[in-house]
Design a protein around this ligand. Structure first.
Ligand SMILES: Cc1cc2nc3c(=O)[nH]c(=O)nc-3n(C[C@H](O)[C@H](O)[C@H](O)COP(=O)(O)OP(=O)(O)OC[C@H]3O[C@@H](n4cnc5c(N)ncnc54)[C@H](O)[C@@H]3O)c2cc1C
Ligand code: SF4
Length: 556
């Protein structure tokens, strides 16, 4: 891998190697620019011969090198529902390894629908919410969805469905096979007049770009993929960036500040070199691309305050960190008489899309969601929380484990959450991380409309499980989100510098050579599977940036 000296001014520093950052690094490096990618997490299996581990115990208690998710002990966050409360210890975590969240994600890769880019003008706004139109349309983004799907490697059904976005080119390969959960969904759907669609996934179902197809190993979301079938940034994008000879990935490099000069332009980044005694290093760069995800990106901007930017970098609007959406969930579980053998294959099965669109009049609330079938949890996770209606220890517990573990189906729903100005990421005034920096504080409480949505989906899940033939069904208790890896919205894009952080090409309104390309740019959250849209946005941002940089002016 090419190595740059920190004192050498590279063309681009990209902070974060996940969904957004890896696309940027690849496209910029392939266009001939010098790129250094800063990643705070470890290498994972990137560039190593060994596989990601498949040991649930190691996954729960990983060593520093096996760590795939952020480490609460070192990177604590605090949490509260409203600004009036004192924040307490929180549980927010995200993918923290070379490849970011895509290394462990469930890989569901749905596109946003065309109307999800202009919900305000299509359906109207709602008092107390920040529903707004995006500054770009679906048609503008469509070619970049296609590019992302073909470059990253997405499998999916090439079917017509009003609740699937129109595509100029179909998916490059067949969807994953339906599992028992999918057939049970179909059985229910026939009775309830619903339609079932196989999952769209960043998992390859045939050999693709030198990677092997999914072998249905079963230890999927939450674990790395040993065959490289999951099209994570670490296998589908970053190797191509490095192969150009223009890109260096620096793992264990935790950026604590984006530095600026007297004119207000970014000059590079200061990072802790974790492998070198946390020594502070300054990497000089002409342009900074910030792709640290929907929660760490606003935190880093707030940490980068200076005399010129007293409220945090790129924050003259005061909305950096606001409009956080992590999405809501909730569903129901059912037990079946026959074994389901759901432990094979990837976690997320088929989907019911009938409740994706808004139906404010019919349902009495605004929004929608995708219903997905999934039958399997890991053995330890199941043992700790899975058995239903049985003692939590002893003979009765063991008997219930034996009877239930292979017969349970869970309906998991991915439900819209409206952007609210009061849902924020900011800096905790009291708690510090292991490097002495203010910890992330999350303040979030869903609008009452969204909680009606959660209740609706829980009810529908019960109905579906009964129609599928479950002999025992129980519903989740409706819970509001407290954070999570689907973070979006905290540096929203827009045309007006007073009400958005970046423009339609992801350039910060306040800092001409700072680009923010990750989940934080999303204006509204869609139906809660953000990553394919993050990837498409990144391909679009990179295309514009490459063109501008070749002309020698990234400030366009
Ligand atoms: C278990 C799991 C399942 C998921 N399933 C799905 C799914 O099925 N479908 C879907 O659409 N989404 C899913 N997601 C969410 C998905 O992973 C994210 O939407 C996506 O990865 C976000 O992309 P991003 O570019 O915003 O940031 P990330 O992919 O999170 O990348 C950000 C990177 O920046 C690094 N970073 C942060 N701060 C710093 C810093 N200061 N210095 C250096 N590096 C830094 C982080 O370590 C991370 O590697 C899942 C996530 C998890 C964890
Ligand atoms: S189920 Fe398939 S995609 Fe998932 S980890 Fe196993 S081989 Fe990889």
């Amino acid at each position: 891998m090419k190595k740059f000296k920190p004192s050498e001014e590279v063309d681009f520093v990209v902070i974060g190697s996940g969904a957004g950052g890896a696309v940027m690094a690849k496209q910029l490096a392939q266009a001939g620019f010098s790129v250094v990618v800063m990643e705070q997490g470890p290498w994972g299996a990137y560039g190593h011969e060994q596989d990601y581990n498949k040991d649930e115990l190691i996954n729960r208690f990983p060593s520093e090198e096996d760590m795939l998710m952020s480490d609460h002990a070192k990177q604590p966050n605090t949490f509260r529902r409203t600004a009036a409360e004192k924040a307490v210890a929180g549980h927010h975590s995200y993918g923290c390894v070379v490849g970011g969240g895509t290394v462990t994600y469930g890989a569901s890769s749905w596109r946003h629908l065309p109307w999800e880019f202009n919900e305000a003008s299509t359906f109207g706004t709602m008092a107390g919410t920040g529903i707004a139109d995006w500054p770009i349309s679906y048609d503008e983004l469509e070619p970049f969805y296609t590019q992302a799907e073909w470059e990253i490697g997405i499998s999916g059904p090439n079917v017509q469905n009003p609740n699937l976005a129109p595509m100029s080119k179909g998916y490059p390969m067949e969807p994953l096979p339906l599992k028992s959960s999918g057939f049970l969904f179909q059985r229910a759907a026939e009775k309830l007049n619903l339609s079932v669609v196989p999952n769209v996934a960043a998992i390859i179902t045939k050999p693709w770009n030198g990677r092997a197809a999914c072998i249905n190993c079963g230890m999927c979301s939450g674990f790395g993929c040993q065959t490289k079938a999951r099209s994570s940034s670490a296998v589908a994008l970053l190797p191509y960036a490095v192969d150009t000879g223009n890109c260096e990935i620096r793992a264990h490099s935790y950026v604590r500040e984006i530095s600026t000069d007297a004119s207000g332009k970014a000059t590079g980044v200061v990072y802790f070199d974790k492998k070198n005694n946390n020594q502070e290093v300054f990497q000089k760069a002409k342009v900074v691309v910030l792709s640290a995800n929907g929660t760490e990106t606003p935190r880093l901007l707030l940490l980068s305050k200076s005399a010129r930017f007293p409220h945090g970098l790129a924050n003259s609007s005061g909305i950096v960190g606001k409009y956080l959406m992590t999405g809501n969930g909730g569903g129901a579980s059912g037990l079946f008489t026959d074994p389901l053998n759901e432990y094979k294959g990837c976690v997320t099965g088929a989907a019911i899309l009938d409740y994706v669109p808004n139906d404010v009049k019919g349902r009495g609330w605004y929004g929608g969601g995708r219903m997905t079938a999934r039958g399997f949890t890991m053995p330890i996770a199941y043992g700790l929380g899975g058995v239903h209606g049985a003692p939590s220890w002893g003979k009765g517990y063991k008997q219930a484990l034996i009877e239930q573990a292979n017969r349970k189906l869970y309906v998991a729903n991915f439900i819209s959450q409206m952007p609210l100005e009061t849902n924020t990421v900011d800096l905790d005034p009291d708690v510090k991380d292991a490097w002495g920096l203010p910890a992330m504080r999350i303040t979030t409480q869903s609008h009452e409309n969204d909680m009606k949505g959660v209740d609706f989906f829980i009810e529908k899940s019960v109905e579906i499980l009964k129609a599928a033939g479950a002999h025992t069904v129980w519903a989740d208790t409706a819970r509001d989100s407290t954070g999570g890896a689907h973070a979006r919205g905290t540096c929203r894009m827009g045309n007006d510098a007073k009400s958005s952080v970046v423009n339609k090409y992801h350039r910060a309104h306040d800092v001409p050579n700072l680009f923010i390309v990750d989940g934080s740019s999303l204006v509204t959250g869609g139906r809660n599977h953000p990553t394919m849209t993050i990837s498409a946005l990144a391909f679009r941002a990179a295309a514009h940036l490459v063109e501008a940089a070749k002309k020698g002016n990234v400030t366009i």
